[in-house]
Design a binder for this molecule. Structure first.
Ligand code: ANZ
Length: 955
C-alpha cells in the first residue's frame, strides 16, 4: 500500500478530536509534566514555517514525556489583544474583535494541520472577559498591596494603614516612591483624599508621575522601541518626553528576588545574563554634598550664596579625591533649586532640547551636551568648590539623578570634561588620562587606589575594593553617606491610551482611583463608534457612552449620570500587551474555574511550567513581567511556586531562503522584460529581482507560474543556459517583502505534516537560527516512505536477529538521550540509519517494529498511529510505554585487534567478542603472517590489550 499521508493525517486528526486523545486532567497516580509554548499573537498574515518550530520541538517533548509515563499538560491559546488589530480598526473601521476572531480561526486551522497534542479544551484568549477578569483581579490585588522590605513579600495595604495609625512612618520599611515622613497623629488628622494620596506612594499598582514618550499626533504613549529619532515609528509624528500620570507596577520592589530566582532555574546562561543586566544590581554609596547657589546680585556688587545640600550615588567612593565637577539629570528636581538666576535662560533652552530626546537616544548617543547651573558643590573630603552642571548623560530614574564626576576615571565624565574644558585630576601620578586610553578601555574605569590626603585617611596600598570599603565606612561613620544598593530595573508603566486592551476596573472619586468591587468583575470593554482618541485628546474609551460607575447600585451606567456623588467616571486607559500574558500559564491549569484564577487543587498538582519554549526577544519584557506577577501571586499563596518557568528553551529563528531572477537592464519599459538564468548573468548587465519562492523548485523557476504571477511578466522572455531557468538565492529574514515566506499549509499539502515536523527538526539544533531550504525536504519524505515500507509485509513473532536487536536498541538509546537534550536533528539521523539497517536486514520482527513505532511517535505522530493500528495494536500509540534499551544487545559480537611486533603495527585480526586473552595470544603467535616477524628471534612476552592491540615482544 502507498503512503497516503493526506488521508492518514486527516483520519488521525479527526480521531484524536473524537477520542479526546489529548485531554488531560489532574491524576494523582501520575507525575505531572507541564509543557508550554509562548502563546502567539494571531496576526493577519497567518503562520509561516518559522512559527511552528518551537511548537514542534515542545510537542515532541510533550509526547515523549507522556510515553515515559508522565501526565502531560500541553495547552495553547492566544495573546489576542494588541496593536495591529487596532491599527487595522482605525484604518478600516472593522472592529478589532472581528479581526482577531478571524485571525484566530485561521491560526487554529493551520495549527490543527500540524498534528499537535494540545488540549484545546484549555484554550485561553486574553481578550475574553472570562479570562481578563483575572487580569483585572490581580491588578486590584496589587493596588491593595504594598511591599514589605523586611518580610520580602507583598502584604495587604491594610497592614500599612495600621502601621500609619500606630506609628506614622516611624520604623517603616516598605517599598516606596518618594521618601515621606509623618507621625501617627499627622496621619489621623488627614482627610480621606490626603490619606489616599499618601497610600499611592506605597501601592504595588500605583498611579505615578512618570516620564513617558508622548506622541500628541497619535494621542498615545509609545514604548521606547516605537520611537525612532524622536518621531513615532508609525506615521513619523514628533514624540516628546512628558511627565504623565500613569498606572505603574512596582516591579522594582521585586528586583532582588527576580535576581535570586535566576539561580534556581534552568535557563541558558545568556538568557540569565540578559536578565541580570536588565535588573542591574549595583552596590554603591550615597554621599551628601553641600551646595552653594548664588542669589541675585545685591547693591550691584556681589552675590550672596544660598546653602543647600544634595545626595549623589557612586559605585566608586574611593575616587572622592578625583572629583572635579558635579552633574545633575535634566529632570532632577535639583535643577530648579540649584539654577542661578542668571543661568536660567540657558538652562531652560537646554531642558527644551533634552525633552525631545528619548532615554534610549540619551544612552546610546555619545554626543556631549550640557549646561552650567551657576551653583557649586562642596567636596566633603577636601572642601573644594565643584561646579554643578546639567547633562543628559545623567539619567533621572537612576540612583539619585545626581553624580560626582571623576573625569580621570570615568569615560563619560572624561568626555564631558574635555568638551567643556573642566579639570581632570589623575589619582595616581603618571596615570594615562588621554582620549586613546579611554577609547581602549571603552568605559571601564582605571583601577587605582586613591592617594593619601592630609587630614583625612590613608587608602594607600589598598586595592580598589578595599579602598571602596574603607571610604564607605568613613562616610557612614561621619554621617555624610550610606551604603546603597541600586537596581536599574524600573517600575513598569502599565497604562496605554488604546482601545484594544483590558479596561482598568477603576473609577475616580475626587481625582483619586477606587476599585470597583471584586464581585463585579470582569469590567467588560465597552463598545465605541471609532477606535481613535476623542477630539479633546482623551483615549478611545472616552467615546464610550455607558462608561460610568454607579457606586450605590454597583453597576455600569451612562456617562451623563455622572454626579460625582454616587456615579463616577471610569478609567479611560487600558492595560498594555504584557498584562494578559503575565499569568496565562496559571489559567491553563484550571481554565474554567469561575471562583479563582486557578483552584488550589489544580495549582498544587500542576505547580509550574516544567518546560517553556519561546523566543529570546522576550528576555526583558514578558519573562520579567510574568516572573514578577507570579512572585506577587506566590506571596499570597495563589501560586504555589515562586518561579513560573523551571526550564526555558529558546528556539532559533528560521530565516528565509530567497530566490532571484536576473532581469536584463533595459530602459525601454514598453518591451517585455528579459531574464537570464543564473549561469549567464555575468554576461549581461542585470538587476536581481526577488521572486516568490513558491514559484521555484530546487532553484528552478516554474516559468509558466512566473508569467502568471504578475501582469508585467506575462510576456517575459528567458535566456537559458540549459533547458531550465536557474534562480539565484540568498538567506534573509523570512518576510512577505522578500517573497520568501513558506506557508506550512503548502508543505503539508505536498509532503504531509509528519514530513514537515521531521524536516523542521532536521534543519539543525532547535536553539540555532537556520535558513529554511525546501530543497532538503525530499530526504525526510523519502525516509518516511521507507519507514512505511517496513510495515508493508507480514510481521513475524519469531525471535529477532542479533543485528536487528542491536539496530533498534542502539536507536532507543540514542533517541532517548537526544530528546532529553533537545538534539532532535541527531535523533532523526539515527532513525534514518536504523531504518536503512532494518531494511537491509529484511527485519520483519513484530516486537522490534512495534518499538520503532513508539520511538517515532513523538516526531511523526500520524504515521505512527496508522501503523500502530495496522500491526493490530489497540488504542493510541500515545498511550504506549517508551521502550527501554537493553545494553546487552549493543555489545559488539566481534572485535578487531591490531597485532604489533616490538611496538610496530603489522596486521589486523578479528575475534569473537568473548575470546579470552590466552586464546588471543595463541592465535596471534600462531598466525601465518606472524612468522616472518618472529623468524630467528625469541618471543620475550606477549601483551594483550583487550579490544585494542596485541604486542609481541621478541629479541
Ligand atoms: C564616581 C565614579 C568614578 C563613578 C568612577 C564611576 C566611575 P552603575 O555601576 O551602573 O551603578 N551614575 C550614578 N548615577 C547616575 C545616573 N543617574 N546617570 C548616569 N550615571 C550615573 O554606575 C554607577 C556609576 O554611574 C556611579 O559611580 C556614577 O559615577 C554614575 F571612576 O561615581 B560614579
Amino acid at each position: 500500500m502507498e503512503y497516503n499521508f493526506t488521508e492518514i493525517e486527516k483520519k488521525w486528526q479527526e480521531r484524536w478530536v473524537e477520542q479526546k486523545t489529548y485531554k488531560v486532567a489532574e491524576n494523582k497516580d501520575k507525575t505531572k509534566y507541564y509543557v508550554l509554548n509562548m502563546f502567539p499573537y494571531p496576526s493577519g498574515a497567518g503562520l509561516h514555517v518559522g512559527h511552528p518550530l518551537g511548537y514542534i520541538a515542545s510537542d515532541i517533548y510533550a509526547r515523549y514525556k507522556r510515553l515515559k509515563g508522565f501526565n502531560v499538560l500541553n495547552p495553547m491559546g492566544y495573546d489576542a489583544y494588541g496593536l495591529p488589530a487596532e491599527q487595522y480598526a482605525i484604518q478600516t473601521g472593522q472592529h478589532p474583535a472581528i479581526t482577531t476572531e478571524k485571525n484566530i480561526a485561521r491560526y487554529r486551522e493551520q495549527l490543527n494541520k500540524i498534528g499537535f497534542c494540545f488540549d484545546w479544551d484549555r484554550e485561553v484568549r486574553t481578550c475574553d472577559p472570562k479570562y481578563y477578569r483575572w487580569t483585572q483581579w490581580a491588578f486590584q490585588k496589587m493596588f491593595n498591596s504594598c511591599y514589605d522590605n523586611c518580610k520580602q513579600k507583598a502584604v495587604p495595604i491594610a497592614e500599612l494603614i495600621r502601621h500609619f495609625e500606630e506609628e506614622g512612618t516611624l520604623n517603616l520599611n516598605v517599598a516606596q516612591g518618594e521618601e515621606k515622613m509623618f507621625s501617627a497623629r499627622d496621619w489621623l488628622s488627614m482627610n480621606e483624599k490626603e490619606q489616599q494620596q499618601i497610600l499611592m506612594n506605597y501601592r504595588i499598582a500605583y498611579l505615578g508621575e512618570t516620564m513617558v514618550n508622548w506622541c500628541p499626533g497619535l494621542g498615545t504613549v509609545l514604548a521606547n522601541d516605537e520611537v525612532v529619532n524622536g518621531v513615532s515609528e508609525r506615521g513619523g509624528f514628533p514624540v516628546v518626553q512628558k511627565k504623565m500620570k500613569q498606572w505603574c507596577l512596582r516591579v522594582s520592589a521585586y528586583a532582588q528576588r527576580l535576581l535570586d530566582g535566576l539561580d534556581k532555574v534552568q535557563w541558558s546562561d545568556s538568557m540569565k545574563e540578559t536578565q541580570r543586566n536588565w535588573i542591574g544590581r549595583s552596590e554603591g554609596t550615597e554621599v551628601e554634598f553641600k551646595s552653594l547657589t548664588p542669589l541675585p546680585i545685591k547693591n550691584g556688587t556681589e552675590s550672596e550664596m544660598e546653602e543647600g545640600h544634595f545626595t549623589i550615588f557612586t559605585t566608586r567612593a574611593d575616587t572622592m579625591f578625583g572629583v572635579t565637577f558635579m552633574v545633575l539629570a535634566p529632570e532632577s528636581e535639583l535643577v530648579g533649586k540649584l539654577t542661578a538666576i542668571d543661568r536660567k535662560k540657558e538652562v531652560e533652552e537646554y531642558l527644551a532640547y533634552v525633552k525631545k530626546r528619548t532615554e534610549l537616544d540619551r544612552m546610546s548617543d555619545r554626543k556631549v551636551t550640557g549646561v552650567f547651573t551657576g551653583s557649586y558643590g562642596i567636596n566633603p573630603f577636601t572642601g573644594e568648590k565643584l561646579p554643578i552642571w546639567i547633562s543628559e548623560y545623567v539619567l533621572s530614574g537612576y540612583g539619585t539623578g545626581a553624580i560626582m564626576a571623576v573625569p580621570a576615571h570615568d569615560s563619560r565624565d572624561y568626555a564631558f570634561a574635555k568638551h567643556f574644558n573642566l579639570p581632570i585630576i589623575p589619582l595616581i601620578e603618571g596615570a594615562d588620562v588621554s582620549e586613546e586610553s579611554f577609547d581602549a578601555k571603552e568605559g571601564t574605569v582605571i583601577n587605582s587606589p586613591v592617594k593619601e590626603t592630609e587630614g583625612c585617611f590613608s587608602l594607600n596600598g589598598l586595592s580598589v575594593k578595599e579602598a571602596i570599603a574603607a571610604t564607605k565606612k568613613y562616610v557612614t561613620d561621619k554621617g555624610i553617606g550610606r551604603v546603597k544598593v541600586n537596581y536599574r530595573l524600573r517600575d513598569a508603566i502599565f497604562s496605554r491610551q488604546r482601545y484594544w486592551g483590558e479596561p482598568f476596573p477603576v473609577y475616580y472619586k475626587e481625582g483619586m482611583p477606587y476599585m470597583i468591587p471584586e464581585e463585579c468583575l470582569p469590567l467588560e470593554l465597552p463598545e465605541i463608534d471609532q477606535f481613535k482618541p476623542t477630539e479633546t485628546g482623551e483615549p478611545p474609551l472616552g467615546r464610550a457612552k455607558v462608561w460610568a460607575w454607579d457606586e450605590t447600585n454597583k453597576q455600569l451606567t451612562d456617562k451623563n449620570c455622572i454626579d460625582n456623588k454616587s456615579v463616577f467616571p471610569l478609567e479611560l486607559n487600558t492595560m498594555p500587551g504584557f498584562a494578559g500574558s503575565s499569568a496565562y500559564y496559571l489559567r491553563y491549569m484550571d481554565p474554567h474555574n469561575e471562583e479563582a484564577l486557578v483552584g488550589k487543587n489544580a495549582d498544587e498538582y500542576w505547580q509550574n511550567v516544567d518546560l517553556y519554549v519561546g523566543g529570546t526577544e522576550h528576555a526583558t519584557g514578558h519573562l520579567i513581567y510574568s516572573r514578577f506577577w507570579n512572585k506577587f501571586l506566590y506571596d499570597y499563596g495563589y501560586s504555589c511556586k515562586e518561579e513560573p518557568f523551571e526550564k526555558l528553551v529558546n528556539q532559533g529563528m528560521i530565516q528565509g531562503r530567497s530566490n532571484f531572477v536576473y532581469r536584463i537592464n533595459n530602459d525601454d519599459h514598453s518591451k517585455a522584460p528579459v531574464f537570464v538564468s543564473r549561469g549567464l548573468k555575468n554576461q549581461y548587465e542585470t538587476t536581481p529581482i526577488h521572486v516568490d519562492v513558491n514559484l521555484v523548485h530546487g532553484d528552478v523557476l516554474d516559468i509558466e507560474a512566473f508569467k502568471a504571477w504578475r501582469p508585467e511578466y506575462k510576456h517575459a522572455e528567458f535566456i537559458l543556459k540549459t533547458d531550465k531557468y536557474v534562480c539565484g538565492w540568498a538567506v534573509e529574514k523570512m518576510s512577505k517583502s522578500m517573497f520568501n515566506v513558506v506557508n506550512p499549509d503548502v508543505i503539508i499539502e505536498q509532503y504531509g505534516a509528519d514530513t514537515l515536523r521531521l524536516y523542521e527538526m532536521f534543519l539543525g539544533p532547535v536553539e540555532a537560527s537556520k535558513p529554511w531550504d525546501t530543497n532538503g525536504i525530499d530526504g525526510c519524505h523519502r525516509f518516511l516512505k521507507k519507514f512505511w515500507k517496513l510495515y508493508q509485509q507480514e510481521l513475524s513473532n519469531d525471535e529477532a536477529s542479533k543485528e536487528s536487536l542491536k539496530s533498534v536498541h542502539k536507536l532507543i538509546k540514542k533517541v532517548s538521550g537526544d530528546i532529553e537534550l533537545f538534539s532532535y536533528n541527531t535523533a532523526i539521523s539515527a532513525f534514518m540509519i536504523c531504518v536503512n539497517e532494518l531494511g537491509q536486514q529484511k527485519c520483519d520482527n513484530r516486537a522490534l517494529l512495534r518499538s520503532l513505532l513508539i520511538l517515532i511517535a513523538p516526531f511523526a505522530p500520524h504515521i505512527a498511529e496508522e501503523l500502530w493500528e495496522k500491526i493490530g495494536e489497540k488504542g493510541s500509540v500515545c498511550d504506549a510505554k517508551w521502550p527501554v534499551c537493553n545494553e546487552a544487545y549493543l555489545a559488539e559480537s566481534e572485535v578487531q585487534l591490531t597485532v604489533s611486533f616490538n611496538g610496530k603495527a603489522r596486521f589486523q585480526m578479528t575475534f569473537p567478542a568473548d575470546t579470552d586473552k590466552e586464546a588471543i595470544e595463541k592465535a596471534a603467535v600462531n598466525d601465518e603472517r606472524s612468522q616472518k616477524y618472529i623468524a630467528g628471534k625469541t618471543i620475550v612476552k606477549v601483551i594483550v590489550v583487550p579490544k585494542k592491540i596485541v604486542n609481541i615482544v621478541c629479541k
